[in-house]
Write a protein that binds this ligand. Structure first.
Ligand code: SF4
Ligand code: SF4
Length: 358
């Protein structure tokens, strides 16, 4: 059974105590993994424009300083989104995170992995039920220690999102995100298409053409790279989002396993604070939909997510994730993750208390 460390707290207390996170992580294995001159990649979700739930830079200021004191080189990273928004290409994404959401205050580099338009990835063997190879951002391969910081939230497709989602979806290339989300090629909404032909020049597979005054996608040629979706100025190219929640979760778990296999040393921290009904990809403020449990940490992303969900349910005295998204059975995610060796469902909880030093 994997060990999961847990510090019970709420957001107000956490924000009042800037030393709390490092004090907690001092009791875990994290800092023993970090050596002098290590490249430490901190995987985060910087929040969509107008979102207020994402993990804020000041939460981790002390942690970044501690990593620097150990002689290592920390940097922040994420990948671009599949859908159109303020995080679709690396320039917009960087501007939003670094300047808009103030990650510049951490005084460390912030890298959006996978190239300017998320075309760069490595194919990683996964040999799962759904994929033989996963398209993972190449950046992960060269990082000495990957520290995955995740905000626990509800999620309309996976029931909840935390470390597994941050790995599986968050480290995938755009094409990788696309193949997790849907079975079929994108389609064109002819009512809003203005026939600018930008999609035709974008599509390297030559799958898009203008025929009889209509933009058409040849599904036989489409490779599912998803570039046309982000390039269309009118948002006329749509994804057929999967409604098979169990299938989507299994695909995400296979991607999480591939991302984990590509990393060297890794460590995971979940923040069960300001738990919103939807994830931080939502371009809206969001309000807490549950009571805070605290902060959890582990080397095992599966144990960590299972413990985070269990503790949130215990704290709120009901299955908040089932209440938020009753149509999704998120337990399938845990079972499949254990089946393919991502980690262990059973865990040992080690409760840690905050030792306030003056
Ligand atoms: S890029 Fe969009 S608006 Fe332009 S032709 Fe293609 S689908 Fe139509
Ligand atoms: S998803 Fe990629 S390959 Fe398919 S039509 Fe769009 S640009 Fe072309």
């Amino acid at each position: 059974m994997s060990k999961v460390y847990f510090l019970e707290t709420d957001l107000k207390t956490f924000e009042r105590e800037p030393k709390m996170l490092v004090n907690f992580l001092d009791k875990t294995e994290l800092f023993s993994l970090i050596k002098n001159k290590s490249l430490v990649g901190i995987k985060m979700h910087f929040g969509e424009d107008k979102n207020k739930g994402y993990l804020k830079p000041h939460y981790i200021k002390g942690l970044v300083e501690k990593i620097k004191r150990l002689g290592a080189n920390p940097f922040l990273f994420d990948t671009n989104t599949l859908y159109r928004g303020k995080r679709t290409n690396s320039v917009d994404h960087f501007n939003l995170a670094f300047f808009g959401h103030n990650f510049k205050t951490l005084n460390i580099p912030l890298i959006i992995g996978g190239g300017l338009k998320s075309k760069e990835y490595i194919e990683v063997d996964v040999s799962g039920k759904h994929f033989k190879k996963a398209k993972i951002t190449s950046l992960l391969r060269d990082v000495d220690v990957v520290l995955v910081l995740s905000h626990l939230t509800g999620h309309m497709l996976t029931g909840f999102g935390a470390a597994i989602k941050n790995l599986g979806m968050g480290c995938a290339s755009r094409a990788g995100k696309m193949e997790q989300h849907c079975e079929v090629s994108p389609s064109v909404r002819h009512d809003i298409c203005v026939k600018c032909k930008k999609c035709i020049s974008t599509c390297l597979a030559e799958a898009i053409s203008l025929k009889e005054d209509k933009i058409l996608i040849d599904k036989a040629k489409c490779t599912g790279c998803a570039q046309c979706i982000s390039e269309c100025p009118k948002g006329a190219i749509k994804i057929a989002w999967s409604e098979d929640y169990a299938l989507m979760q299994e695909k995400m778990v296979e991607y999480a396993k591939a991302a984990c296999d590509l990393c060297g040393l890794k460590f995971f921290v979940n923040f069960s604070l300001f738990v919103t009904e939807e994830c931080d990809c939502m371009s809206k403020e969001g309000s807490p939909a549950a009571l805070d449990s605290g902060i959890l940490a582990s080397v095992d992303p599966l144990s960590l997510d299972k413990a985070s969900v269990d503790l949130a349910i215990a704290k709120n005295k009901k299955d908040i994730f089932k209440d938020m998204h009753s149509e999704v059975d998120y337990s399938s995610q845990f079972k499949y993750a254990e089946d393919i060796g991502l980690g262990e469902i059973d865990y040992v909880l080690e409760k840690v208390s905050y030792e306030k030093r003056t």
